[in-house]
Write a protein of this length. Structure first.
Length: 278
């Protein structure tokens, strides 16, 4: 297979060994440790894709500050899109004629069981619905990929993230790197084992690559927060309607615009959080 370019959207909560806040918050000792494991999961995916014939891999660093991966340790066959701010956030690069996308280090959505489960905001959002169905980051990003005709090839994360993927990308391959015990605990496989699994499944997943005609259509997103003032803050945005005390919703002509609007909603809500009272 020649001339196959893949986008790799890399998040951190679903990475090998990650189980709690300090593992993923920039500046902590644990974060420094898990940057290496994060880079290891990404490299394993790159290795598998390239072994199967991928000719280019664009890694979009998608966690928090989006400056967590270790460029100096990245597989030299990949290139890294790092830093904020990106118009399409976690999916920047989907518009660049890629033939498939891999979700590495993904996690379950807000309101669901899973290690560090959330959707965009760490703990202020209790649920997100896309066109009436629950959607985490994976579901939202898969819908955006579909608009560009790009298939989701692979999802790695805990068992809950992989189970969630079956709903939004039923043909995608999955790799479970840890089993959720609680939000802050998991049964973890060692990096040598998870790297081997990711490498093998990524290689297999390349068979799913192939850009098709995208489906562009209107979408509706609804967001529920854990506090009334966050919904009120988000409802100030034009086109965003307050549907209940803690719930807002908006319509968009396509998924690209829907994701941009969702990014604004989450940014405004995050700025409305005040200390330990939220």
């Amino acid at each position: 297979m020649g001339g196959v370019r893949i986008l790799l959207s890399a998040d951190m909560e679903g990475v090998t060994g990650v189980t709690w806040t300090d593992d993923v918050v920039p500046g902590t000792e644990q974060w420094q440790r898990f940057r290496r494991l994060f880079t290891g999961d990404v490299n394993a995916c790159v290795e598998g894709l390239c072994a199967a014939g991928a000719t280019g891999v664009l890694v979009n660093e998608a966690h928090s500050s989006q400056r967590n991966l270790l460029l100096e340790d990245l597989d030299e066959r990949a290139v890294l899109l790092t830093g904020r701010h990106k118009p399409l956030s976690m999916m920047q690069g989907i518009e660049s004629d890629v033939d498939g996308v891999a979700f590495v280090g993904y996690h379950a959505g807000a309101g669901e069981e899973g290690v560090l489960s959330h959707t965009y905001l760490e703990n202020s959002i209790t649920g997100v619905w896309l066109d009436g169905a629950p959607a985490g980051e994976g579901g939202l990003n898969a819908a955006l990929a579909a608009e560009y005709g790009v298939p989701v090839l692979l999802v790695t994360g805990d068992d809950r993230a992989c189970a969630e993927a079956a709903g939004y990308a039923p043909t995608a391959k999955t790799v479970v790197v840890k089993e959720c015990v609680s939000r802050y605990a998991a049964i973890c496989r060692p990096p040598a084992r998870t790297a081997a699994d990711i490498r093998a499944v990524a290689s297999e997943s390349l068979r799913l690559a192939g850009r098709t005609e995208g489906v562009v259509r209107p979408h509706r997103i609804e967001v529920e927060f854990d506090a009334a003032h966050l919904a009120a803050a988000a409802a100030v945005i034009p086109t965003v309607e307050q549907l209940g005390v803690r719930r807002v919703g908006f319509d968009a002509p396509d998924m690209t615009e829907a994701m941009k609007a969702f990014k604004i909603v989450t940014t405004i809500a995050a700025r409305a959080v005040q200390g330990i009272y939220g």
